[in-house]
Write a protein that binds this ligand. Structure first.
Ligand SMILES: [Zn+2]
Length: 293
């Protein structure tokens, strides 16, 4: 197991900025999600791990846009969506964007008895697929890098068992080309299969309906806000616009905490506590995190 330090800068909608430093453990004992694979260990992870099987040669890997805009197709239980692998990167973003869609993905991953197989792959914690984020990469570009890295590795990894990953997107990955991995839009994939699976078309969200979905999503406030570029935060720390301290959770109220900071250098500096209230402003900090306020 190796450790990567991840410093994540977050801003809340009220403008508070929090940098969270966490150790990120990379492992090589995480299952790729396929039950056919003999190279990965299959620890008893419970129902949520799911297991991909042999019902088709293609293992569909949807990106965020495909899941959010075309949930019904992805979970249609119709070929080629009988074997679906959800990447950790994608599921995390879906969780932050739509509680409703996340609940459906979670249900698919945990329900037994479906004739389709759903699995999750912890790509951000797997040594072979982890992507180190550079200061300049924005969240969207980083997410894409993670997805492409995972798909490229899985294509190699699944060769011995005769399975191929197929990345499916609604708009995010269009224009990308990957060696050994096919990237299909939901529409093109449905077109390819509707001859043998005519019912598939019924599950496709049309553009008109889509624009409603987009509007709903745009209006829906995200629970937590995006990251702030590390360089920005470092500059603001330097010129004193932001201060760094350790986050302490209030033991009597987990939605409240304080950060002890010092303004000014050395013994002349003024020490004080900054009160952080509410889930949104805490922005996922936990006891002991180094944060910037
Ligand atoms: Zn494997």
């Amino acid at each position: 197991m190796s450790v990567q330090e991840n410093v994540v800068i977050r801003t809340s909608r009220r403008g508070n900025v929090i940098a969270v430093s966490r150790e990120h453990y990379l492992r090589d004992d995480l299952s790729c999600g396929s039950d056919l694979c003999r190279m990965c260990k299959h620890p008893a992870l419970g129902l949520a791990s799911g297991r991909l099987g042999a019902s088709q040669e293609i293992y569909v890997i949807p990106d965020v846009s495909a899941i959010l805009d075309q949930t019904d197709v992805i979970l249609s239980d119709i070929k080629p969506f009988k074997e679906v692998l959800f990447l950790e990167t994608v599921v995390n973003e879906v969780r932050l964007t739509s509680a409703k869609v996340y609940a459906r993905v979670k249900e698919a991953l945990t329900t037994m008895g479906s004739s389709s197989n759903y699995a999750i792959f912890s790509n951000e914690h797997h040594r072979s697929t982890f992507v180190k984020r550079s200061d300049q990469t924005n969240t969207h570009a980083y997410r894409e890098e993670c997805i492409l890295s995972a798909a490229t590795w899985l294509a190699q990894h699944w060769k011995p068992i005769g399975r191929q990953p197929m990345l499916v997107t609604d708009k995010d990955l269009t224009g990308k080309v990957l060696k050994n991995v096919e990237i299909f839009s939901v529409e093109n994939l449905v077109r390819k299969y509707e001859g043998i699976e005519p019912k598939l078309r019924d599950f496709v969200q049309t553009r008109d309906e889509n624009s409603d979905v987009d509007m709903r999503d745009a209006k829906r406030p995200r629970l937590y806000s995006d990251y702030m570029p590390l360089a920005d935060a470092q500059r603001k720390l330097k010129n004193g616009k932001l201060l760094q301290g350790i986050y302490n959770t209030n033991p009597f109220n987990r939605l409240e905490g304080t950060v002890n900071v010092q303004k000014g250098a050395g013994s002349e500096g003024e020490r004080f506590s900054v009160l952080i209230q509410g889930r949104e402003n805490m922005n996922r900090s936990v006891q002991g995190d180094v944060v910037i306020v």
